[in-house]
Design a protein around this ligand. Structure first.
Ligand code: IMP
Ligand code: MG
Length: 185
């Protein structure tokens, strides 16, 4: 249960990425996307809610014209895993036809969420469609998904902060840390 008034920091085992390290990662991906999409019609699609902090920083690290849109999914997962049955809770506002889409995600784990989303978006006539994920846990992959941009590859641990949650908490931590297993055990 959320302990009102308790510090979020008490629940963090160790810091994995500081604010500064996150900013370096985002700046690097921003440069890559700005270069790769300079002659394209870039639309950044953020998958809510986990990628919202990353998206806010990434869009400002991109120096070419870019449009943004948001979609939200729910996956009926238990605490720390996804079930794979992805439901669209909020769809995009923009018609994707002719856009070069970069799908912005917080973390790629089993791959179920993103493979389902890719399938769905591929049918909508975008000019191109690529994945940008802040974190990747390749050890955990169950469905093949190839991200074009990866912030950092991380080991199999449950992380929170900088948009990532456990049970909707810790999204507002400004750094990324490993959650103490006792919180979800
Ligand atoms: P996948 O469908 O298993 O690849 O799961 C992707 C989604 O699971 C992400 O968008 C997150 O919402 C959640 N997730 C997976 N690993 C973590 C983690 O370590 N911390 C927080 N959320 C995670
Ligand atoms: Mg989540």
């Amino acid at each position: 249960m959320a302990r009102f008034g308790a510090s979020m920091l008490d629940d963090i085992e160790e810091e994995l990425f500081s604010r500064e390290q996150l900013q370096e990662i985002v700046a690097r991906i921003g440069r890559e996307i700005s270069e790769d999409y300079k002659d394209k019609r870039l639309l950044l699609v953020s998958v809510l809610k986990g990628s919202v902090v990353f998206m806010a920083d990434l869009m400002r690290a991109i120096t070419i014209p870019a449009q943004i849109d948001f979609m939200a999914t729910s996956s009926y997962g238990s605490g720390t895993t996804t079930s794979g049955r992805v439901k669209i809770v909020k769809d995009l506002d923009i018609d994707l036809k002719g856009y070069d889409i970069v799908l912005v995600e917080d973390i790629l784990d089993s791959g179920r969420t993103l493979s389902h989303l890719m399938e769905l978006l591929e049918m909508r006539g975008a000019a191109s469609l690529k994945i940008c994920t802040l974190f990747d846990k390749p050890e955990r992959r169950q469905v093949p998904v190839q991200p074009a941009y990866v912030g950092a590859v991380i080991p199999d641990a449950f992380i929170v902060g900088y948009g990532l949650d456990y049970d909707e908490r810790y999204r507002n931590l400004p750094f990324v840390g490993i959650l103490k297993p006792s919180i979800y055990a």
